[in-house]
Ligand binder design. Structure first.
Ligand SMILES: [Zn+2]
Length: 312
């Protein structure tokens, strides 16, 4: 498959790193900024978009972090409790991520990852003293020993496992909603390469060895701090695949007909549209047209309540 266009990797914001070191420039940018408001879990929205405040509309108590420029327009994150009377207008990134345009999704993904990190790192890991935001919020600095702390990103691989007949293998975690199946994924461990992580995760969760590992793309996943690195991999012994019985309770092979049948029957709930897993499954599904050459019916148009299959 080709490198994927991933829903949370569409940012067009210029992070303008050179401006972070200039407090006077940052102050001037703040005065004319468009400001995203985030309460630690949810963003202030208007309809299906982020609502942009003027800097003077930001509440008194909170932190402002520079996110970057779009042309001449500066954007900031303002992190503070919800603005009173606005609670119904706050939404999570999971709820609205698929609806935002390229500018807003870039701002929201950056903002949420940065906010998550600031919230969890109030103290210095070297000496234990309080830390404060510096360089426009791109780092925190210790008030005692002056060590600079940088936001962390946790790499995780996600892999579409295929067999030599172009079927895909999906697994079900115990903790997921009923009928949810998805691709295999896991955090990269210390001292491990992406490719080694792909092999280890598939061996652990599905009991088989992969070959022919290919890179498909990456997207930030700030829940709370991941970067998902996507691959496809082939296995030569599909009959040996089995769930680990711990994290994965069930696995299932799908071809392009059976995946539609299972969705229509209400037996398969695909991962959400903002996920890498969904993008990989859709890209694989659309790669081969219908036998008559027409496009395949899109997953969103499949109604599980209409059991008279689209093929009849
Ligand atoms: Zn310190």
């Amino acid at each position: 498959m080709k490198i994927l266009n991933l829903p949370l990797a569409r940012s067009r914001v210029d992070r303008a790193e050179h401006l972070r070191k200039d407090p006077i420039a940052l102050e001037a940018l703040w005065e004319r900024a468009a400001v995203i408001h985030f309460d630690g879990e949810k963003f202030l929205t208007s309809g299906s978009a982020l609502r942009m405040l003027k800097s003077y509309e930001a509440p008194d108590n909170g932190d402002e972090f520079f996110l970057g420029l779009d042309g001449e327009q500066p954007y900031f994150l303002f992190m503070s409790p919800q603005i009173s009377g606005e609670s119904e207008n706050y939404k999570t990134l999971r709820e609205m991520g698929a609806l935002l345009d390229d500018l807003q999704i870039g701002l929201a993904v950056h903002a949420q990852g940065l906010a998550n990190w600031h919230i969890k790192h109030p103290r210095c890991s070297a000496c234990g003293a309080p830390t404060t935001p510096a360089l426009g919020g791109s780092i925190r600095q210790c008030s005692h020993c002056a060590v600079e702390h940088y936001p962390r990103t946790d790499p995780a691989i996600i892999v579409l496992v295929k067999d030599q007949n172009d079927r895909i293998l999906l697994g079900r975690q115990r903790v997921w909603p009923e009928h949810r199946f998805s691709t295999f994924a896991g955090f990269v461990e210390t001292g491990e390469s992406f490719e080694q992580c792909v092999s280890r995760e598939v061996a652990e969760e599905a009991g088989v060895l992969v070959s022919d590992v290919k890179y498909l793309g990456s997207q930030p996943w700030p829940f709370p701090a991941s970067l998902m690195i996507a691959f496809e991999a082939t296995i030569v012994d599909p009959e040996n695949a089995r769930p680990d019985g711990q994290e994965i309770e069930e696995i299932h092979w799908f071809d392009r007909d059976s995946i539609v049948d299972e969705i229509m029957a209400g037996e398969l709930l695909l991962p959400p549209k903002i996920s890498v897993a969904r993008a990989m499954i859709e890209a694989w599904y659309n790669l081969v047209p219908m036998p008559d050459g027409s496009a395949r019916p899109q997953f969103d148009s499949l109604d599980p309540s209409a059991l008279d299959s689209w093929r009849k």
